[in-house]
Unconditional design. Structure first.
Length: 172
């Protein structure tokens, strides 16, 4: 049981453990970090993962010369974009099926139509701004998929938001 608690502590507070993880796992840690960013942005059930603090900690380690900032930037940007895309397509594929009941208070067809209209007018801004808001960054691509935001438009704003997010936090 103690092992499970230690493992959970590392996952939830990976930013605090990065130095030791780099020493122990070497270059494999880049892929572990990319997996954390992918899961935080790409899986609707993992918005609790520490994306912002993780990127900030990677930037601090890069400033200390312990991490290659360009490799970290490239891999974490790729993970963020891939996560957004997975979440978008999940929303687009399974999301509308959730909105079939007219009597549901939370998930009815009227809300689906509102989401579609919202993303038609404000989708780009939402995708970029949501990238900087924990938890919201996990759900925005999913809702964009549900709202049938045009994929090319979604992808361009996801790329812009990902560049700003990863670059901004790593450079900070």
């Amino acid at each position: 049981m103690e092992f499970v608690l230690q493992y959970l502590d590392i996952i939830l507070h990976i930013d605090r453990h990065l130095g030791g993880l780099f020493e122990h796992y070497g270059t494999w840690i880049y892929f572990i970090l990319a997996a954390v960013v992918f899961c935080e942005t790409g899986l609707v059930v993992t918005p609790f993962l520490p994306g912002d603090s993780l990127l900030f900690a990677v930037g601090a380690l890069a400033g200390a010369g312990l991490v290659d900032p360009w490799l970290a930037f490239a891999l974490l940007l790729l993970a963020a974009i891939c996560g957004d895309n997975a979440n978008y397509w999940l929303g687009r594929r399974v999301g509308p099926a959730v909105f079939v009941r007219e009597t549901s208070r939370l998930l009815n067809k009227r809300h689906l139509f509102h989401a579609q209209a919202f993303y038609e007018h404000h989708g780009g801004k939402t995708i970029i701004i949501a990238r900087f808001v924990p938890i919201v960054r996990t759900f925005a691509p999913f809702v964009a998929g549900i709202g049938r935001m045009r994929y090319a438009r979604f992808l361009s704003y996801s790329l812009a938001g990902g560049l700003l997010w990863t670059g901004g936090f790593i450079a900070a």
